[in-house]
Design a protein around this ligand. Structure first.
Ligand code: GLP
Length: 244
């Protein structure tokens, strides 16, 4: 879907998520959301908070799994995705703390493999992800699945691409402070979500959006694997869609 601007687009996505939460609540079912960080989803979260405050949208039946986290990363650090999610969403709605899952950047290295298997098991135990929200990195990454990530990849510890660390430099007051690694759900994990909604705003994303939508499916642009997903919605503003 192409929108004039990201504000209008974000409101539409938030309305879709709210409708899903309410439908599942009416069925006495949980709604399992896969959530993303970065600048792309912030307005969606702001709109969900508004719907909670002004229209009584409840998150009591919502279970969330975030895509990724830097490694290592303390949850209270400025750049932590735990902190990001609290600031934009979790602290402002009635989601149950025990239903929130963000990959833990403090797991000892020797326990990471077991931790990642457990993260996948928890997603399965909740019945899988109903709706996965995604941004896209300039490298074509989804989550932190950098070039080289294949369609069967699962939750794991990865090494960040140089371009990604450059893009994150301002958040960390210098590229040398950006962690070299991150935990991320795999491409395979993402492809199992029943619905995927990818957001991209601005001219800086136009080239990678074109490669994702029109390019050959390849692990050099992991987002191209979304072409194989039966229910993916790519939500763009005019600038991000300019090269299509
Ligand atoms: C980070 C996140 C990704 C996100 C990407 C794009 O690398 N780990 O999940 O999609 O940034 O960020 P932005 O939305 O700020 O452009």
């Amino acid at each position: 879907s192409l929108y004039a601007d990201s504000e209008e687009a974000s409101a539409a996505v938030a309305a879709e998520i709210a409708a899903l939460i309410r439908t599942r609540a009416a069925e006495n079912e949980t709604c399992v959301l896969g959530l993303a960080t970065g600048s792309s989803p912030t307005r969606v979260y702001e709109e969900l908070v508004r719907l909670h405050r002004e229209e009584g949208l409840s998150f009591q039946n919502v279970v969330s799994f975030n895509l990724d986290e830097y490694f290592p990363m303390a949850p209270d650090s400025l750049q932590s995705y735990v902190r990001f999610m609290r600031e934009y969403l979790f602290d402002h709605v009635d989601i149950r703390p025990e239903n929130v899952h963000v990959p833990d950047g403090t797991v000892p290295p020797e326990q990471v493999a077991a931790y990642c298997l457990d993260y996948e098991a928890q997603i399965r135990a909740e019945g899988g992800i109903d709706l996965q929200l995604l941004g896209i990195g300039r490298t074509g990454h989804i989550g932190f699945n950098e070039p080289g990530s294949g369609p069967a990849s699962r939750t794991r510890l990865i090494t960040l691409d140089h371009v990604t660390r450059t893009d994150a430099a301002s958040d960390f007051y210098g590229e040398e402070n950006v962690p070299r690694r991150a935990l991320t759900m795999g491409v395979g994990t993402i492809l199992e979500a029943r619905k995927v909604v990818l957001l991209a705003w601005g001219e800086g994303k136009a080239a990678v959006v074109k490669r994702m939508v029109e390019g050959d499916v390849t692990d050099t642009v992991p987002a191209t694997y979304l072409q194989r997903h039966p229910a993916v919605q790519v939500v763009l503003d005019e600038a991000a869609g300019a090269e299509l």
